[in-house]
Ligand binder design. Structure first.
Ligand SMILES: *[C@@H]1O[C@H](CO)[C@@H](O)[C@H](O)[C@H]1NC(C)=O
Ligand SMILES: *[C@@H]1O[C@H](CO)[C@@H](O)[C@H](O)[C@H]1NC(C)=O
Ligand SMILES: *[C@@H]1O[C@H](CO)[C@@H](O)[C@H](O)[C@H]1NC(C)=O
Ligand SMILES: *[C@@H]1O[C@H](CO)[C@@H](O)[C@H](O)[C@H]1NC(C)=O
Ligand SMILES: *[C@@H]1O[C@H](CO)[C@@H](O)[C@H](O)[C@H]1NC(C)=O
Ligand SMILES: *[C@@H]1O[C@H](CO)[C@@H](O)[C@H](O)[C@H]1NC(C)=O
Ligand SMILES: *[C@@H]1O[C@H](CO)[C@@H](O)[C@H](O)[C@H]1NC(C)=O
Ligand SMILES: CC(=O)N[C@H]1CO[C@H](CO)[C@@H](O)[C@@H]1O
Length: 296
């Protein structure tokens, strides 16, 4: 039982393991670099495809780049950027003159970089990340903060597998610290968000959200601990009983050998206890009070 809960805790750990997070973050940095390389003398508002220049050992990942004046992003949005629809009034912080939106489609690499124990990906993991677009030779850029205010950013997945029987589809967003946030899917293939990050649709057994799962595990661990303590005390009781049974045998042998011998070995105050133990040999332990050294 306890082992099971420990196992569950261990299963949950990869969601927040810094190692995983740094892997995903360094992938973001690599893809930012390649996305920027794809933009040679870029025109604003044109989508550049960096898929062909990503390293061979990451093949299967699709990358795009779109450079905008931040004023244009705020006033007009982007009606269609692959699966993303960016509404008006999306603002970045700190303010930059030009913003680059890097698009990622991790394809068959989704579970490698964003493992989610006990969830099944029904769609590839998509990323939309905003960076300072002023210097296209810059690498290791920090992501900006992005905030949609009036309307959410829409993510409309092209292909979504249907959830296996007994499961429900949920939108998942990974924030840049690695936490996963679950929301409802609308129209079968659409998620909405007020910020940038990584998105997918997953199948989950239970209706509950991620923090409910965390609570289940915490509660389970506490229950497990209680069960463990109960088992431990039962074991101790058992040991005590076993010892007393031996004492009882010794006492009975002593009684058989003669009441006088028993009385002298047990002591003066134990005379009533002796008669009780003889009529009920399987009594509770508290009746048999003679410490072992007085008998043996
Ligand atoms: C891909 O190959 C490059 C060298 O070409 C290496 O630096 C990088 O770590 C590799 N990435 C993965 C995910 O294997
Ligand atoms: C980019 O190019 C690849 C390969 O030519 C193609 O499969 C993909 O659809 C294009 N678009 C994006 C957004 O990756
Ligand atoms: C994804 O598919 C490509 C081929 O399209 C393959 O080279 C790559 O190893 C696959 N990645 C994983 C993690 O399976
Ligand atoms: C964006 O990049 C340009 C060019 O490197 C730099 O001058 C500017 O300070 C950067 N803006 C922010 C907010 O980092
Ligand atoms: C742009 O970034 C590159 C690489 O970090 C750097 O060498 C260059 O000086 C930067 N240019 C400007 C105008 O900041
Ligand atoms: C995002 O916008 C909302 C409302 O417009 C505001 O309350 C919130 O502080 C903003 N957050 C960030 C990180 O800009
Ligand atoms: C999500 O869907 C469930 C049922 O499918 C519903 O009970 C719940 O209210 C929905 N949550 C939101 C935030 O719409
Ligand atoms: C909470 C939950 O569903 N946990 C399951 C996660 O998956 C492992 C095996 O893949 C199961 O053993 C757990 O019960």
């Amino acid at each position: 039982m306890v082992l099971l809960y420990l196992f569950l805790l261990l299963l949950l750990l990869p969601c927040v393991t810094p190692e995983r997070r740094s892997q995903a973050n360094s992938l973001d940095a690599i893809l930012q670099e390649y996305a920027y390389r794809a933009m040679v003398k870029p025109k604003t508002g044109t989508i550049y495809n960096a898929t062909e220049i990503v390293p061979k050992n990451l093949s299967g990942i699709r990358v795009g780049a779109l450079r905008l004046r931040s004023g244009s992003m705020r006033r007009k949005g982007v009606p269609m950027y692959n699966e993303f629809q960016i509404p008006k009034w999306v603002v970045e912080r700190p303010y930059v003159k030009r913003v680059v939106l890097v698009y990622q489609n991790l394809g068959n690499w989704s579970t490698t970089f964003y493992p989610l124990p006990n969830y099944t990906y029904l769609a590839p993991l998509l990323g939309l990340l905003a960076y300072n677009g002023s210097n296209l030779s810059a690498t290791n850029l920090p992501t900006l903060h992005v905030n949609a205010s009036a309307h959410p950013i829409i993510v409309k997945f092209h292909f979504v597998n249907s959830p296996p029987p007994g499961t429900v589809a949920k939108c998942v967003r990974f924030d840049l610290q690695g936490s996963s946030i679950f929301t409802n899917v609308t129209s079968g293939n659409t998620c909405s968000t007020f910020t940038h990050g990584h998105f997918s649709i997953v199948a989950t057994l239970e209706e509950s959200k991620s923090n409910n799962r965390v609570w289940v595990v915490i509660l389970g661990s506490v229950l497990g601990l209680i069960v463990f303590l109960v088992l431990l005390s039962l074991l101790l009781l058992c040991l005590l009983k076993y010892k007393e049974n031996k004492n009882m045998q010794a006492m009975e042998m002593a009684a058989e050998a003669g009441e006088a011998l028993y009385m002298t070995s047990v002591g003066e105050a134990k005379a009533p206890a002796a008669t009780l133990t003889r009529t009920h040999p399987t009594l509770e332990h508290e009746y048999v009070y003679a410490p072992s050294h007085t008998i043996l």
